[in-house]
Design a protein around this ligand. Structure first.
Ligand SMILES: [Zn+2]
Length: 196
């Protein structure tokens, strides 16, 4: 029997060579709830900035002159600016204008920003909640909150492992995870998943 192993991070997907899709999602993020739309917008700026190696001097959801919230990274970075607009958030007009001003491709920047947000949805949610709690935060608090999200996974949070077979059949099971290794028995017509 051929076995194929895939390693997939929480929030990611991968395909087995027989076409089965593997998806891993977190079951109960420790912090969740509905964040304000301004907090989600600013959290996307902040998480993309951090993921691209910038430091966030300040992030706020307290309105100021001409803005509902803002993130100051001290440096211009096109994907950081474009991320909220790329994800369909309101209030990205000024962000897009800045990217245009610097002469960068909005679509290229949007694509990079979007993939970082899609790869880190729980970090965005956690930082958005942090902003709603505190109003204004700095780099250290944001980094701490992002680390806690990762620690949740390392400490063995429950995740949902989903396999969608080429014939459309779907299997869901709950596993404890950091990175989840799933073994697909490709010669078996009912492949199953194991997580370690
Ligand atoms: Zn913005």
């Amino acid at each position: 029997m051929n076995k194929e192993a895939l390693t997939v991070g929480v929030g990611s997907e991968a395909k087995f060579s027989n076409g089965s899709l593997l998806r891993v999602t977190i079951l109960k993020p420790k912090r969740h709830g509905v964040a304000s739309s301004t907090a989600i917008h600013e959290a996307m700026h902040a998480v993309v900035a951090k993921r691209r190696g910038l430091s966030v001097k300040t992030a706020t959801v307290r309105p100021g002159p001409g803005y509902l919230g803002m993130v100051d990274t001290g440096a211009y970075d096109a994907p950081t600016f474009m991320a909220p607009a790329a994800m369909g958030c309101d209030g990205g007009g000024h962000d897009e204008a800045v990217v245009e001003y610097f002469g960068d491709s909005k679509s290229a920047a949007a694509s990079v920003g979007r993939s970082i947000v899609n790869e880190n949805p729980h970090e965005v949610a956690a930082v958005a909640n942090l902003l709603d709690e505190k109003g204004t935060v700095g780099d250290g608090e944001i980094q701490t909150r992002m680390n806690e999200v990762r620690d949740d996974v390392v400490l063995g949070e429950n995740v949902i492992v989903t396999i969608i077979h080429p014939n459309g059949r779907r299997e869901d099971r709950i596993e404890r995870a950091k990175a989840v290794v799933v073994i697909n028995e490709t010669e078996d017509d009912s492949p199953f998943a194991r997580a370690a």
